[in-house]
Design a protein around this ligand. Structure first.
Ligand code: CA
Length: 366
């Protein structure tokens, strides 16, 4: 009797004593190993985006350990296998099984993708997670990505980002007129409506451009990541209102066929590790930003201030109009928009009387 026949007959013969001789079948199914590739929109060595607690490479280690080595994933930072922004197409076609990036990079394919990373005046990390995990956000994300054969999950969050670095502080709306500013995405479009001359520069080019005065202002991430680029050496005014990215989700995109090929336990391991990394990466950012901001102010002469309220009101007005216009053009964008905005209004009321009390309490003491 060959091995296959033996296992088959073994399984049938032991129905009455399940859990004993049936075990070899389970072992055989579980022994299958998977060797996958993960690409990344961020460069080699980037803290949070590539390495460190809760990062994609940390996720890979977790999955390896939790699966007993049955799901091996090889990581390629931007440029190591494919260019930074080709991960979505690579996963969609199945060239690689996984990619880490931000969904708003793909808003040219569908505007709805913007909502799963951040929209201006959106939700903080608590609210985003509440929407994604419990408010229908994850399901909508899957619906938006279904035509691309991609299964998405949140895998990280930077928390609130900073307005950015300015050579001169912004005091009135006119200060935006012809201001050359590095700011990508939807927030860039909103600034442009206020007269900002928007520049799109990759991370590595921000510091030299700001230092040489090619640009007057630059947005990147937050205190830790911005200090790493040296932006405080090129501009001293740090506006801190994170209106444009109230929290920024990192996405894990998985090729649908590859995802379906995983047995249920490996799927659960991937889901659990991604959820763990979502929490770990965000909490790491909170710790790292608190340290970096204190250092920037104490040791590097950085001046922090929020954006004036009148400017915020104008930014919000343009944002609302921009989002409404996009929603009016596409039923799926409208579906995502309505879910996001509906959830936000509910969670904002709750946050105002729960977390809000805490923030009001500390506001007078900093
Ligand atoms: Ca940013």
């Amino acid at each position: 009797m060959n091995r296959r026949k033996f296992l088959k007959s073994g399984a049938v013969a032991t129905t009455a004593v399940a859990g004993t001789v049936a075990a070899p079948n389970i072992v055989t199914a579980q022994a299958k190993t998977f060797s996958w590739k993960m690409t990344n929109a961020y460069g080699p060595g980037s803290p949070f985006y590539v390495q460190g607690p809760g990062s994609p490479t940390d996720f890979i280690k977790m999955v390896d350990t939790m699966s007993g080595g049955r799901l091996k994933i090889q990581h390629f930072a931007a440029g190591e296998l494919i260019p930074a922004l080709e991960g979505f197409d690579a996963v969609s076609k199945g060239t690689v099984e996984m990619n880490c990036a931000n969904s708003y990079f793909w808003s040219g394919k569908t505007f709805a993708a913007q909502y799963f990373t951040a929209v201006p005046f959106g939700m903080n990390a608590l609210g985003m997670n509440a929407w994604l995990y419990h408010g229908g956000g994850q399901k909508l994300w899957e619906e938006v990505y279904a035509p691309f054969d991609i299964q998405p999950f949140p895998i990280g969050n930077t928390g609130v980002q900073m307005t950015g670095w300015f050579r001169k502080p912004i005091e009135k709306i006119e200060d935006f007129k012809n201001l050359k500013m590095r700011i990508p995405g939807l927030a860039g479009k909103v600034y442009a409506a206020l007269g900002v001359d928007v520049k799109l520069l990759p991370a590595g080019e921000i510091f030299p451009a700001l230092e040489r005065g090619v640009i007057d202002a630059a947005e990147f991430v937050g205190p830790f990541q911005d200090r790493r680029l040296g932006l405080h050496k090129a501009a001293k005014f740090y506006h801190t209102t994170g209106w444009h990215e109230t929290s920024t989700v990192t996405e894990l995109a998985i090729n649908k066929k590859a995802w379906a090929s995983l047995p249920g336990d490996l799927q659960e391991i991937v889901k659990a590790a991604a959820a763990a990394c979502n929490t770990l990466s965000h909490s790491w950012c909170e710790a790292a930003n608190a340290e970096a901001l204190e250092d920037l102010v104490k040791n590097h002469g950085v001046k922090t201030s929020p954006l004036p309220l009148a400017i915020l009101a104008k930014l919000q007005e343009v944002t609302v109009q921009t989002l409404n216009d996009a929603a009016a053009k596409d039923p799926l964008v409208k579906k995502v928009h309505d879910s996001f905005i509906g959830f936000k209004s509910k969670v904002d009321k709750w946050a105002g009387i729960s977390e809000g009390v805490y923030y009001n309490e500390i506001r007078g003491k900093i």
